[in-house]
Design a binder for this molecule. Sequence first.
Ligand code: DQA
Length: 146
Amino acid sequence: MRVLVLNGPNLGRLGAREPEVYGTTSYTELVDRCERWGSELGLEVEVRQTDDEAELVRWLHEATDAEVSVVLNPAAFTHYSYALRDACAQLTVPLVEVHISNPAAREEFRHTSVISGVAAGTVAGFGVDSYRLALTALAGPASHHR
Ligand code: DQA
């Protein structure tokens, strides 16, 4: 099974970006780990990052057309991008929303996710390990939902 791991704005700066919030693992290390976790779980994982909302929307259309499951860290778009939500809503295969931090324990504006309602589920607050948990969910019974 193929899985696209899509990352939104500022996640390319992992490691350097607010390490007290997001940890010290770099984006390159995150890519390596996701690929390794994927192969351990029997998944063919491809990891991408963009700061551009339109590009994320295009990648979700691509995943929809190819019926590829998605792990999505929408970053700040989580909280306000209806365009991204509408793109996610078209998927006929499962999407798992991930966050490195726990947005519910942070500023008020992070308490809303416009993506959660169209995701199979959400993993948040476990650092980069959130991605491993999301991939594990996709490789298991969670893949039968939505
Ligand atoms: C994030 C949480 C968002 O609120 C924030 O805008 C991000 C990263 C996370 O992974 O914890 O950029 O999605």
